[in-house]
Design a protein around this ligand. Structure first.
Ligand code: ATP
Length: 628
């Protein structure tokens, strides 16, 4: 054996590799199996070109544990290395790329999936690494290279028949878990599940039951099926994952089966998109639309990112627009730079193009579903809506496409595109400033009374009940000319759509003052009182919340501010023209009864909006009982 030093400057790299990457130790296996895959691919290419002669049909990569020896071996049947190549690639190339990686990593540990540490990641878990290799080239002999985690190494001849490479890790004392079968199998399933060559991890027992096929004499029972156990290779990967295949060759069932392979516990997806692009970047993948309805948070981070079928990460938030992280599936692209920091990624031109491409494909798919079968699309809307709205709010480009197929649902359960809806309300709901006023409820059950009051006026009421609807409304108002929204409780029904009609007040000035005073006392600090001449049949007292003030408060609360900093601003509108107001307040002599009636009418208004609680609610019930 010859001895040598890898490099003088690298004295420190081993402890750094061990220490800095400790939390992500497990990636060593992905890096080494990737190298084995690359070495196999290189040989396959040479053989195809006729430059490597021999039978290279067995491309299996073996992962082997030897507990007694304390080693984990990664064996490939790939291109192998000559002694010169070992010196060049392991002592120089691999080392300098590891050095580069460590330098970058020390500056910013957010490198995606920690790709690029390469061969030297072995030293995260091993005290000593032994490489036994033989080049595919005629006349090559085996070579053994040993390095014990310091800059010195040994190199010499080794016995070896087959071309290819064994990387033997002498697992260190504090990484003993990597000698456990379950641990290794788990990592192989995570990182290597879709690699293009078979990854064999020992053997497994397959059990089969064979029915008795012979004659059974009358009166005799058929013998139990025979149990047949066979030892077969434990190949842990699917070498030909669905996203690599041509969509024309696949059926719906294939896509569903692949979804189950990815998420065995998941509900079946609604539909999917097969991505496939060669220029100006390479990208393949399948994105599935899950049923989202309401569960906005739970579903994130289900897209897996691969690079040439090697798993990288399931945190793709810097690679795809945020709203797309609600989708499930796989993206595979060798063109995403994986050894740069996450903040750099978003500025990368390839990543920008990829983002744009995926967004466009998603919009196209939704658009075709909408056009092909509107009814089926409407049925899916409860699950799709959250996703589409999220996209419209957060991605300008998506908005432009989605505004054609986004739907608005009204309280009758009918669906409209934005354009259709504007057309529908044009006549009734255009205000004096020529704005189209969309009236909505955030809770059709709680706001039932108000919804009905608006509908009685001939208005249409939209159901915008999800958390995503508040920002969606804001976006629609910004984007769509002359469209504005008001919630049913933001004004009295006659004022939801402001028109220039002034009603005559049936009370004289003294009467108006008396009424205003009575209600100001009844309401106290609960809100401001306004006496207005409304329709005779409009309720005597109504409570409204200014749309703008309410939105401000909601926004502040979303930003985590104290809710009490912005008290609710309620306006108590008293209808001067409702006959009850006159009869119960003005025509009553007794001061105390008048005050009591004012309070009672105010409480009725509170009750209709579920604002009456605590002691006030009890007082109201007591009084109602007495009246009975
Ligand atoms: N199993 C192997 N068979 C043949 N050559 C190998 C094997 N493992 C490593 N090598 C050689 O060593 C070189 C350095 O490996 P290393 O993993 O450090 O970097 P890389 O694979 O080139 O790049 P990266 O890991 O960043 O993708 C490889 O380019 C290859 O030439």
């Amino acid at each position: 054996m010859q001895k040598g030093n890898i490099s003088v400057q690298t004295e420190n790299i081993f402890p750094i590799i061990k220490k800095f990457l400790y939390s992500d130790q497990e990636i060593f296996l992905r890096e080494l199996v990737s190298n084995a895959t690359d070495a196999t691919s290189k040989l396959v290419t040479l053989a195809r070109k006729g430059e490597a002669k021999g039978d290279y049909s067995d491309r299996t990569i073996d992962i082997m544990i030897d507990k007694e020896a304390g080693t984990l071996t990664i064996r490939d049947r790939g291109i192998g290395m000559t002694e010169e190549e070992v010196k060049k690639y392991l002592n120089q190339v691999a080392l300098s790329s590891a050095q580069d990686f460590v330098d970058k990593y020390q500056d910013d540990a957010s490198i995606i999936g920690h790709f690029g540490l390469g061969f030297y990641s072995a030293f995260m878990v091993a005290d000593k690494v032994e490489v036994v290799t033989k080049s595919y080239q005629d006349g090559s002999t085996g070579v053994r290279w040993i390095c014990a985690g310091d800059p010195s190494y040994e190199i010499g001849e080794a016995e070896r028949d087959m071309q290819g490479t064994d990387v033997i890790l002498h697992i260190s004392e504090d990484s003993k878990q990597y000698l456990e079968e379950d641990e290794i199998e788990g990592l192989l399933l995570k990182y290597c599940r879709f690699l293009p060559y078979p990854i064999r991890f020992g053997t497994k027992t397959e059990t089969e039951y064979k029915e008795f096929e012979g004659e059974v004499a009358e009166g005799e029972e058929k013998p139990e099926p025979e149990k047949i156990e066979t030892e077969v290779d434990n190949v842990i990967n699917n070498t030909d994952p669905l996203w690599k295949k041509s969509p024309a060759d696949l059926t719906d069932e294939d896509y569903k089966a692949f979804y189950r392979e990815l998420y065995p516990m998941g509900e079946p997806p609604m539909f999917w998109i097969h991505l496939n692009i060669d220029y100006p970047f390479h990208l393949t993948g399948i994105l599935y639309f899950p049923k989202v309805s309401g569960k906005l948070e739970l579903q994130r981070n289900k897209i897996q990112l691969y690079s040439n079928q090697v798993y990288v990460t399931d945190n793709v938030s810097d690679i795809v627009p945020e709203f797309l992280t609600l989708l499930h599936g796989v993206i595979d692209s060798p063109d995403i730079p994986l050894n740069v920091s996450r903040s750099y990624l978003q500025a990368d031109t390839n990543v920008k193009k990829i983002t744009g491409y995926i967004t466009k494909k998603v919009a196209e798919k939704l658009s075709s579903l909408f056009k092909e079968d509107r009814q089926a699309y409407e049925e899916k809307w409860p699950d799709l809506g959250v996703f589409v709205k999220y996209g419209m709010v957060s991605e300008e480009k998506f908005y432009d496409r989605a505004s054609k197929f986004a739907l608005l649902e009204n309280t009758e359960g009918k669906f409209f595109t934005i354009e259709e809806y504007c057309e529908r309300i044009k006549e009734q709901q255009t205000d004096k400033y020529e704005r189209l006023v969309g009236i909505y409820t955030a809770d059709a059950t709680r706001q039932h009374t108000l919804v009905e009051a608006a509908r009685d006026r001939g208005y249409d009421v939209l159901k915008l009940e999800h958390a995503i609807d508040a920002p969606t409304i804001q976006t629609l108002e910004q984007k769509e000319d002359k469209l504005t929204f008001v919630r049913v409780d933001s004004a009295t029904p006659d004022q939801l759509v402001q028109k220039d009609e002034e009603k005559e007040n049936l009370l004289d000035e003294t009467q108006q003052e008396t009424i205003t005073k009575l209600f100001t006392d009844a309401v106290g600090t609960g809100g401001t009182v306004e006496l207005k001449p409304l329709d005779v049949q409009d309720a005597p007292v109504q409570i409204v919340r200014n749309e703008f003030m309410r939105r401000m408060k909601e926004m502040q609360m979303m930003q985590g501010m104290d809710a009490n900093m912005f008290p609710d601003s309620y306006q108590v509108v008293v209808n001067a023209n409702n006959p009850i107001v006159k009869e119960r307040l003005l025509d009553v002599e007794d001061e105390a009864t008048r005050a009591e009636n004012a309070t009672y009418l105010y409480q009725l208004a509170q009750l209709s909006q579920q604002l009456l609680t605590g002691a006030d609610l009890k007082a109201f019930i007591d009084r109602s009982m007495k009246m009975m």
